[in-house]
Design a protein. Structure first.
Length: 94
């Protein structure tokens, strides 16, 4: 997950910090969760230490529009398929 995170966002946070910040991981594998067919997602909840500024992200490849968004501003209609509900599940709010 850390390799993919760096590849898609160019996040410049040291690997040991990221690895130590993983709070939860889960597999989402309901056969009907995606219109694209059977899709298995391995999701990771990473919580960085709170500070005044978030590290910069620069989207690339299939995450071209990567950016930070306050959790309270997330809306299901603005997200791909079931990703809003994946986030809710990972945070324990779903």
């Amino acid at each position: 997950c850390l390799r993919e995170l760096r590849e898609e966002t160019r996040l410049k946070v040291p690997a040991p910090v990221l690895k130590g910040s993983i709070r939860k991981q889960a597999v989402f594998d309901d056969p009907y969760r995606s219109a694209r067919g059977r899709t298995i997602t391995h999701a990771f909840y990473i919580e960085l230490e709170p500070n005044a500024s978030l590290p910069k992200v620069k989207g690339s490849d299939d995450a071209r529009q990567a950016c930070w968004v306050p959790l309270g501003d997330l809306k299901p209609q603005d997200m791909f398929e079931d990703h809003y509900f994946v986030i809710q599940d990972m945070l324990g709010t779903g």
